[in-house]
Design a protein around this ligand. Sequence first.
Ligand SMILES: NC(=O)c1ccc[n+]([C@@H]2O[C@H](COP(=O)([O-])OP(=O)(O)OC[C@H]3O[C@@H](n4cnc5c(N)ncnc54)[C@H](O)[C@@H]3O)[C@@H](O)[C@H]2O)c1
Length: 373
Amino acid sequence: MTELAIGLVGFGWMGRRHTEAYQRLPHHFPEAPVPRLEVVAEVDPDLRAAASALGYRRAVEAWQEVIADQRVDAVSIATPNWLHREVAVAAATAGRHIWLEKPAGRDLADARAIAAAVAAAGVATVVGFDLRFAPCIRRAREIVAAGELGEIHSVRAAFLTDYAADPAAPHGWRFRRDLAGSGALGDLMAHLVDLSRFLVGEIVAVGATCTTVVPERPAPDDPGRMIPVENEDQVVAVARFAGGATGQLEASRVAPGRRSEISIELTGSDGALSWRFDRLNELRVAGRPSAAPSGWTRRHADGSFPGYAAFQPAPGLPMGYDDLKVLGAHELCRAVAGEAGIAPVADAVRTAAVLAAMEGSPSAERPRAVEYD
Ligand SMILES: NC(=O)c1ccc[n+]([C@@H]2O[C@H](COP(=O)([O-])OP(=O)(O)OC[C@H]3O[C@@H](n4cnc5c(N)ncnc54)[C@H](O)[C@@H]3O)[C@@H](O)[C@H]2O)c1
């Protein structure tokens, strides 16, 4: 396959990132099929015009036209969560490969329905758990798998952000159960659960305290009218991993001063590692206290880190979030070619099962088992 014809649904924030990633793919992965921007569906007419200007051959209002277009090989789904299931099931059933934004629907039932359609159709999938693609995270996974940290006994992860910290911030789809499903759980905690599972292994039990801090917000079109917030603003969770580690996971969309602060630390019997999103290309690693050098050492990504060499020939140059999307587009090509991917929808189902257990648990102090099947 030399070309991959793309259909995209939802040309908002993530839809534009997918588009840009497709356009940049040949620069970074010249051996991959060249994406061809075939058709985009977007309900906002201004965004449809923008999508046409940025290279799509056709811009339509109804997403069903994307699925029906026989030229389309793969569909990017970047709508609000409530449409993930309907569009993904239709795309899979029509034999289209899928790059689906996280969290793969509103809840576990949505994620399972998508996975079932994908399995029945045998199409390739990538879910937008972008942190998996970061070269330092891939290296961290290698370090854990090589046993460099010994027995991992502690996982600390946080995703703290302030996009909803101002009570005057307007209501939107992210605050509605019917459109988003959960709040900070699906939006932010999903990344932490996915990342922890990717690095440390399966989570067997969780407890979580979910809190709605701002109970109502002004309507976007009428600031004098208040609308209830239907899902949680913050989650504090405790997790038990199959390998024996205990995790503390915290997600908040109402944390003043925090601007997309994502971090993870693993502590084991022989060492520890630490990574944070705002230092995407830097991994801090420590050995035992008696090892030399003692304390943290910094490892900057270079060509030996998975994925890095596609971007820079020299070590230690900063990569950014958009580069992770290019790696996501490459994952899609790899999956379409039949290679084992690192972010298939089956993983999103397992992450959704952990989130469901968090939501169903009475509190962080009272964990319950995760039911995967
Ligand atoms: N991977 C990540 O880290 C990450 C980051 C942000 C958002 N997301 C996910 O991406 C998805 C989209 O989020 P966003 O921030 O881009 O939202 P957004 O609101 O910016 O964009 C969504 C777009 O979908 C369009 N849309 C709505 N209904 C539609 C329909 N019926 N047909 C076609 N288009 C329709 C909207 O007009 C809008 O332009 C969500 O599932 C979100 O969770 C993932």
